[in-house]
Design a protein around this ligand. Sequence first.
Ligand code: ATP
Length: 305
Amino acid sequence: MLSQPLRLLLFVLNPISGDVDKSTLEATIRQYCEERGRTATFFHTSGSDDLASLRKHLSERSFDAVFAAGGDGTVSLVAEALTNSSTPLGIIPLGSGNGLSKDLGIPQEVEQALRLTWEYELRTVDTLRVAGMFSAHLADLGFNALIVERFDQGGVRGPAAYVRIATQEYVAYEPATYHIETDLETWEGPAFMLTVANASTFGSNVIINPDGELDDGQFEICLIEPFPSSAAPGLLYRLYTNGFDASDYTRRLCCRRARISVPGQTEVLVQVDGEPHHVATPVEVEINPSSLQVLVPANPSQTPK
Ligand SMILES: Nc1ncnc2c1ncn2[C@@H]1O[C@H](COP(=O)(O)OP(=O)(O)OP(=O)(O)O)[C@@H](O)[C@H]1O
């Protein structure tokens, strides 16, 4: 299918994401677009009520595409604002991990990602609701949710800070027991972490859900069960080499709906697309199939100028 030229573009910029210097970013984007007959406009996130402000902005003017220039939280913000609309999401990855952009095969260099304003294919993907919150990528309970919360509370961003916190917290971490009911099965047991996966790969390049597709109308619950510390290096190796299912400590449940509870707990910590939240249990998860249009790299010869 041939794609339409994108003329009027909105770039949603997060000034603090990823510990990345963005002092020249706006000028770079503006110049790139002007040279190609595109008009770039900008919306800066404030960290407060951004979804409502962005929705208001989008209701006042219509754009051919809206680009999130930030990390996974910024991408999720823009994706939520565009869900169930025909306006596509573009991503300029400028966060610590940039998980969804990697899952979509979007280049990690700004100049390369900006090519999406010019050469692209449209892909329609599913999104999730996790405890009533929007998720386009990955959400989880357990160890990683704790690390994301600690990272969020700390003053330092970037991947090195994440690794440092994970190493510190691992030593004293106590896995919880989960009770999971999906539309297909029931599972109960202790888990080190439990990932609700629309996509396949964390921004850290950990492949938590091998072959997970963003557009298959279903999601996976990926469980890492408690493991002895002697098994940690082997498990980590499998997570980085597409070997999730080969471990003795992992399992995946595939479904369209799920209810997750933690017996004895009325509240649980969940991270959703990189943002930590304390929510009431049970945590309800459901899929919203084919609900978001995204721009992904295309064969240049197929895109009109
Ligand atoms: N102007 C701002 N000042 C302070 N915080 C902001 C501002 N704009 C957005 N935020 C906060 O930034 C967070 C989202 O950051 P984002 O996820 O885009 O980057 P990151 O966390 O560095 O990268 P990644 O998620 O890829 O690891 C949200 O918590 C949001 O509230």
